[in-house]
Design a protein around this ligand. Structure first.
Ligand code: PPE
Length: 312
């Protein structure tokens, strides 16, 4: 990976190689951590973090769901991130804040373990490949069911929960696909291993609702708003597996992936087998919003004042 100079760890800036944890860290053994994935873009106004406070708000909510009280406020984490980007001299990067139960006690009761917080930022290219963004990716419906709200908390972005995504991802890669699509126990479509999913049919954009076992994606909220602003009909409702194969278009969204067309699922071509027209329009509009080229969505950008932090 593209290393940067510093990582922020528990209130201090440490050299990348010095950001370490003990092997008996609670979160390492039991997955007791929550995290975020955020992107910063090189815009005309400087490095700008996309919906930073919305991500930090989700981090706090994920923490609460696992009985963790973060020792830093969203504003403190925001300031730390701005300073980190400045110190690392980054223009566009991926940002990974993580809060986890640290070293102290072993055993399943985490309540006496400290809560460690770190933020890393580094340059990270196209998650599903540059070609994937252009030509679309090939996906496989996973044999692994998406985690159920009866066992875990699909709405939390918690470390341990990602074992589910990891199994699905490995299965899809070993079978020669780029990405996995997970269904729930009723066979309803949930999401990709790290992205929300949408089908387009007869001009309507359909995506599973927030009550499905999905992460409440921030890219999802943004793309749905952009779609409505552009005058498209959107529908949030349960989705049957068959709707994937008979869709005119399918695409995925996520912070790391951004907006990626899906051109084939389980060896069935989607539409013409090429990225669809509505997918293209939304991909371009979302890209404009991310990169600060869109006046309308300016308020989504948290611009890093490099001069302010350089003098801090
Ligand atoms: N579902 C899942 C399971 C998920 O992990 C993500 C983000 C999304 C949906 C989309 O959410 P949002 O980024 O808020 O639009 N996945 C993150 C982790 C990727 C990783 O490999 O790590 C991300 O995109 O940053």
């Amino acid at each position: 990976m593209n290393q940067s100079e510093f990582i922020w760890q528990n209130g201090e800036f440490v050299a990348w190689d010095d950001a370490k944890v003990h092997v008996l860290t609670h979160g390492l053994h039991y997955g007791t951590g929550v995290f975020e994935g955020i992107r910063c873009y090189d815009t005309e106004r400087g490095p700008a973090i996309f919906r930073n406070l919305d991500h930090l708000d989700r981090l706090e909510r994920s923490a609460k769901l696992y009985y963790m009280e973060l020792p830093y406020s969203a504003q403190q984490l925001r300031a730390a991130t701005h300073e980190l980007i400045t110190r690392n001299d980054l223009r566009s990067c991926y940002i990974r804040p993580i809060a986890f139960r640290g070293y102290g006690q072993m055993g399943l009761n985490p309540l006496d373990s400290p809560i460690d917080v770190a933020i890393a930022a580094w340059e990270w290219g196209a998650y599903l490949g540059e070609q994937g963004k252009v030509d679309g990716v090939r996906a496989k419906v996973s044999s692994w069911e998406r985690i159920s709200p009866r066992s875990l908390i699909p709405h939390a972005k918690a470390s341990g929960q990602y074992l589910n995504s990891v199994l699905a991802k490995i299965e899809s890669l070993k079978a020669g696909y780029d990405e996995a699509i997970l269904l729930d126990e009723h066979g309803h479509v949930c999401e990709g291993s790290g992205e929300n999913i949408y089908v387009v049919r007869d001009g309507v954009i359909i995506t599973p609702p927030q009550t499905a076992s999905i992460l409440d994606g921030i890219s999802r909220r943004s793309v749905l708003q952009i779609a409505r602003d552009l005058g498209y009909a959107t529908l949030e409702r349960d989705m049957a597996r068959a709707e994937l194969y008979s869709a005119d278009e399918v695409f995925l969204t996520g912070t790391a992936a951004e907006l990626v067309p899906v051109r084939e699922i389980d060896d069935q071509a989607i539409g013409s087998g090429k990225p669809g027209e509505i997918t293209r329009v939304l991909q371009n509009a979302f890209d404009d919003a991310l990169h600060g080229r869109s006046e309308r969505y300016r308020e989504w950008l948290d611009v890093v004042d490099v001069r302010e932090w350089a003098s801090a």
